[in-house]
Design a protein around this ligand. Structure first.
Ligand code: ADA
Length: 560
């Protein structure tokens, strides 16, 4: 099961989730593959990370996927990749149609018409680290970066006249006033209907360029919120083609240090979550995603941060449907000023940002956009290179969402004034306090001092979120001395954090690091990370709760 709701009713969209032919070239970069015919000796399942599978476990190199497509001669098609990791090249009938450099952002590839029905598709996915070629993916990230067609792939068979894009925005969310804007590849009639309401169809003509704009009013509008996640489905038809857009009516804004959702004050309590499950790596099965949403909600969470990359659409669909607020962010992890100065990095970062926004635009659950986790936010001279254009893009094109980034620069951060929410990643009572007699006492002190610092800086009325905080607890490691890495220390730690934040309404909320244990970089980092996992999960990688779960749940549930 690869989708939560049908995005098309008349357009024929073929899921390409099945066994593909496959060949792996170990330690060989995409550009260095031997020329000539490839012998596709193996088969592999899509979606899936090849290096999470027994035959290629932990290997780096280039995986080549092959599949024959059948497309009506003389018609165009569209390939849609929900994610292809890390460096990807799409080749159809021997012609390169696309090169792509962010392993988590979705992208589409137009397939030109041909006189032949049988078309050969080769997709190259290279998971080698190469800072010069693929600078968005660095080898030092604190999460394992897998390779392959890690998320679903679709083939859209396009009717001659078809839709290129559709956007739905609320102009008055309370009154149910919406505007539908879009573009077809040729001029003509388009029709719009709300699928779950009995309101009839509205028809309109596009202009000569195929552009259209239709205003509608939803009768008796029901707003979207985590408690009442009401969704609407709107179908735009264009001859034999259509798009179904699912959206929610809601408004998010700041009011001094508070957040208002549909005018009601809201605090945020939740977790950071990596897309990871043992045996599947980043290709978490859909049922597990639903399981995760239930676990989060059961813990009293109303919020999840999709760390540190564009999210799987199926997860966002679940959050829309089940009512969980999301921070979605572009791929980034401690990239430094040299990255900002690298034009290739900037190009890839911007492309991925646009792909994320484009694909996630209609999810009401996504209330904030982020980027550059722990980036060089103290470096004034590089601000205009990535921070500024990213914020400008998100403000102009990101819809009704707030902007933030996870900062670890604290008092040195130079850009807090520019964002809607000041978010910090911090680990008081964990890193660097091996010799401290009472490390838990550092937590409240640190948080209060940071709030005081914001006040001194004139940011006393800016929403402040703790976007990461936590410590490692090894599942099953119980210790009467409650030492570091024990479940007991982790429980005391998270209880202290949650209580401290809950009792201080000045703080918008907390997003604990982390939901479940997730595999990290092998070798180097594994020395400081037992099992080569980031063990800060409140659940282990199989979602077995550690001691901390009950403590967090008891406090988060107070927020109601
Ligand atoms: C950082 C980072 C996380 C994780 C965390 C940790 O704040 O953003 O991805 O690495 O530290 O566990 O130390």
């Amino acid at each position: 099961m690869n989708k939560a709701y049908p995005r098309f009713l008349s357009r024929r969209v073929e899921p390409l989730d099945e066994l593909w032919e496959f060949r792996f070239f170990e330690n060989t970069a995409l550009e260095a593959l031997p020329s000539g015919e490839i012998d596709f000796a193996a088969k592999i399942v899509v979606p899936g990370a090849f290096d999470a599978m027994p035959d290629y476990m932990g290997k780096r190199g280039c995986g080549v996927y092959r599949r024959v497509l059948h497309i009506e001669p003389g018609t165009e098609a569209l390939l849609e990749f929900e994610a292809a990791s890390m460096t990807c090249r799409v080749v159809l009938d021997g012609v390169t149609l696309k090169e792509h450099f962010c392993g988590y952002s979705p992208f589409t590839v137009r397939v030109p018409a041909s006189a032949r029905a049988r078309r050969e598709l080769l997709v190259y996915c290279d998971n080698l680290f190469d800072a010069a070629r693929t600078p968005m993916h660095e080898h030092y990230f604190d999460f394992y970066q897998f390779g392959g067609l890690i998320r679903p792939v679709w083939l859209h068979h396009l009717p001659r006249r078809h839709l290129l894009e559709v956007k739905v925005d609320a102009t008055d969310y309370r009154g149910g006033e919406i505007i539908v804007r879009g573009r077809a590849n040729a001029a003509g009639l388009v029709a719009v209907e709300l699928l779950d309401c009995d309101q009839g169809r509205v028809e309109a003509k596009t202009n000569a360029e195929g552009v259209f704009e239709i205003s509608l009013r939803i009768e008796n509008p029901r707003l979207w919120s985590p408690k009442r996640p009401n969704l609407y489905r709107l179908r735009v038809s264009c001859g034999e083609d259509d798009h179904v857009v699912r959206f929610g009516l809601r408004e998010i804004k700041t009011d001094g240090p508070r957040l208002l959702l549909n005018g009601e004050p809201l605090r945020l309590f939740g977790y950071n979550r990596h897309e990871y499950f043992p045996n599947f790596g980043p290709s978490t099965p859909y049922a597990q995603m639903a399981n995760d949403v239930q676990l989060l909600k059961d813990c009293g969470c109303n919020f999840v941060r999709g760390a540190h990359y564009p999210q799987d659409q199926r997860f966002l669909d679940l959050c829309d449907e089940l009512g969980l607020l999301v921070w979605e962010e572009n791929l980034g992890w401690q990239q430094y000023s040299p990255h900002m100065e690298n034009p290739r990095y900037r190009e890839h970062h911007q492309a991925a940002l646009e792909e994320m926004v484009e694909r996630s635009y209609h999810h009401p659950c996504v209330i904030m956009w982020g980027f550059l986790n722990e980036g060089p936010s103290e470096a004034h001279e590089t601000f205009h290179l990535v921070f500024e254009p990213s914020m400008a893009y998100l403000r102009a094109r990101g819809g009704n969402r707030l902007i933030t980034y996870g900062s670890n620069r604290l008092e040195r951060d130079a850009y807090f004034e520019k964002v809607d929410i000041v978010s910090i990643n911090c680990y008081p009572g964990w890193y660097g306090c091996e010799d401290h007699p009472a490390p838990l006492s550092l937590i409240g002190k640190f948080i209060d001092e940071f709030v005081a610092l914001l006040d001194r800086r004139g940011l006393g009325d800016r929403p402040f979120l703790i976007s990461e905080i936590g410590c490692e607890g090894l599942y099953g490691w119980r210790d009467q001395q409650r030492d570091f890495h024990s479940e007991e220390y982790q429980r005391d730690y998270l209880e202290t954090v949650c209580r401290h934040v809950m009792d201080r309404p000045r703080i918008l909320g907390v997003c604990l690091w982390h939901f479940s244990d997730a595999r990290t970089k092998s070798k180097g980092r594994a020395l400081g990370r037992p099992r080569a996992f980031n063990n800060k999960g409140t659940f282990d990688e199989y979602r077995r709760p550690k001691l901390a779960r009950d403590a967090v749940r008891a406090i988060f549930r107070e927020a109601g």
